[in-house]
Design a protein around this ligand. Structure first.
Ligand SMILES: Nc1nc2c(c(=O)[nH]1)N[C@H]1C(S)=C(S)[C@@H](COP(=O)(O)O)O[C@H]1N2
Ligand SMILES: [Mo]
Length: 529
């Protein structure tokens, strides 16, 4: 035995077998966890739970870097990263187990326990959320034990002593393949069952008939959409609407079980509403542009939709809430979602007469699950992280002094009105264009103040006033277009907007932290004769 161990080739083979056993065992554990999560909730699966815990603990600077580098694929990158770390840990546990089975299998189980701890740390988690990871750890440890004892078992024909390698390589290979195949089937079944588990939510959305608005939005004015190729439609289809949230698994809420509670400081009549009770109130329809504070100058995290919902101010008044300017004790409205996100909005802003909505409809349809079904907030003029809570379930009145919401605890400002921005959508950066007339066009927004003017210049020359699309109200963006006589050469185009108060979009370049980026968007193109 000692001579076999001393042979580096044999040692290498055994290490490789241990690593492979560790990986296969981890895969089996994940599959078992996925299958268990189908009976608990999808958010309790270890990858989702660890991912969520990582998202909540990631420093803001790293998160901003991830959003900048990976855009909306940041969630996929995160999940792949966690899977890679898990793979390394699993391989190490396997390498240990092939030499010392019990400690190695205990190490594999311990990795699984991290998943259980992560699941328990998630907002709103109960003890059941630990189950998928616990089952996964037990399966991983058990499978690893079986695999490494198979590696260590001598081939009878050769009668080698225990602990020698090579064992029957083909036999071990078949065992690995069987483990991986069985796990793939179990994992797939888990995913399918999980989807089946949210069938109630899917049916509740399909069956939801939105009442007609008491206050309909006027039709979008002809001419709001300039129909310039390369500029998106005036109303952004839900499927193209940017998505920014911390949810690795989109919450699928069953509308039938949904409740909204409204309580807190200065609430004389606390409310608990079902969806039919909310929908029984008069509905308002309004076109509102939503944008994210993480949007860089020229970035994609902005969209415009026709929202249908209950005016939040009416509901607050019904509950006895007064704004601070009328002696109310609460200056902050904290919205909480089913997945624990908290978003704090100034009560004064919500009650100042603007169409701050508890939205149930987006472009004439119930909200998509990804955009907050069944109910979300939308407040014209504020960035999403201080106004637009999706999958809303609780509204609590408090003060800014007493409570910091999720992003505020992560260095973002407590209050964040939208900054005036304009974006060149066409031509694209680095475009190669033929000399002659080129349509330079895009969008500009300054929600609740409106856009009064957009100007464009080439190569730092004179500013030219762009033609504006018809206004659809101060809460929606405006399209703009400027016909440029492009001469051959490299050119830089710049845009700036002026809001309805006469304030020009500031030139000074500032980053997104803590309350939104500033600066002028510019695009460099090359024009050939
Ligand atoms: N529950 C929940 N609501 C949320 C968020 C979130 O992470 N969780 N993100 C907010 C942010 S930062 C923005 S910009 C908007 C984006 O809304 P959308 O994804 O529908 O475009 O949702 C807001 N509401
Ligand atoms: Mo955001």
């Amino acid at each position: 035995m000692a001579s076999v161990r001393a042979d580096p080739a044999h040692r290498g083979g055994r290490t490789a077998a241990g690593a492979a056993a560790g990986l296969a065992a981890a895969f089996a554990g994940l599959a078992a966890a996925e299958l268990t999560a189908a009976f608990v909730r999808p958010e309790a699966s270890p990858l989702a739970a660890v991912g969520g815990a990582v998202v909540d603990r990631t420093p803001t600077a790293v998160k901003e870097w991830a959003v900048r580098s990976f855009g909306t694929s940041d969630k996929l990158v995160l999940t792949l990263g966690i899977a890679a770390v898990l793979a390394v840990l699993a391989a190490c546990a396997g390498i240990l187990a092939v030499r010392h089975p019990r400690p190695g299998c205990a190490a594999a189980a311990a990795v699984g326990l991290l998943g259980a701890a992560a699941a328990l740390s998630r907002p709103g988690a109960g003890w059941k959320d630990a189950l998928p990871s616990l089952v996964g750890s037990a399966v991983a440890a058990g499978v690893l034990y079986l695999l490494v004892t198979a590696v260590r078992r001598p081939r009878p024909a050769q009668g080698r002593p225990a602990g020698t390698w090579p064992m029957d390589r083909r036999g071990f290979g078949r065992l690995l393949t069987a483990t991986v195949a069985a796990s793939a089937v179990a994992g797939y079944a888990g995913r399918r069952l999980g989807a089946h588990g949210s069938a109630g939510a899917t049916a509740s959305r399909a069956g939801l008939v939105l009442p007609a608005p008491a206050v309909p939005a006027p039709p979008v004015p002809a001419g709001a959409d300039l129909h310039v190729p390369g500029v998106g439609p005036f109303l952004t289809p839900a499927a193209d609407f940017y998505r920014v949230d911390t949810a690795l698994v989109v919450p699928r809420v069953d509308a039938g079980a949904w409740r909204l509670t409204l309580h807190g400081d200065g609430v004389s009549r606390p409310l608990t509403l079902t969806l039919p009770e909310l929908l029984a109130r008069p509905l308002t329809e309004h076109d509102i542009t939503l944008c994210c504070v993480s949007n860089e100058v020229g970035g994609p995290y902005v969209g415009n939709a026709r929202w249908l919902g209950v005016r939040l101010a009416d509901l607050l008044r019904e509950a006895g809430v007064r704004p601070p300017s009328r002696g109310g004790p609460a200056d902050q409205l904290v919205a909480r979602s089913v997945d624990g996100m908290t978003i704090g909005t100034p009560v004064e802003t919500v009650m100042d007469g603007r169409d701050a909505l508890l939205a149930v409809g987006m472009n004439g349809r119930p909200l998509p699950f990804a955009h907050g079904f069944p109910v979300r907030m939308v407040v014209p003029g504020l960035y999403g992280y201080v106004s637009a809570c999706k999958w809303l379930t609780e509204l609590r009145l408090t003060t800014f002094a007493a409570y910091d919401a999720y992003w505020v605890r992560r260095s973002w400002a407590q209050q964040a009105p939208v900054k005036t921005q304009s974006r060149i959508d066409t031509p694209r950066p680095s475009a190669r264009l033929a000399a002659g007339r080129v349509a330079v066009a895009g969008v500009a927004w300054a929600q609740h103040r409106g856009i009064a003017r957009v100007e464009v210049r080439a190569d730092g020359g004179l500013w030219h006033e762009a033609r504006l699309g018809a206004s659809d109200g101060a809460d929606a963006w405006r399209q703009w277009m400027w016909p440029w006589e492009a001469a051959p050469g490299e050119h830089t185009l710049e845009v700036r907007a002026t809001d309805g108060r006469g304030d020009v979009q500031p030139q000074e370049r500032r980053g997104t932290l803590p309350d939104g980026a500033t600066g002028w968007h510019s695009v460099t193109v090359s024009v050939h004769a």
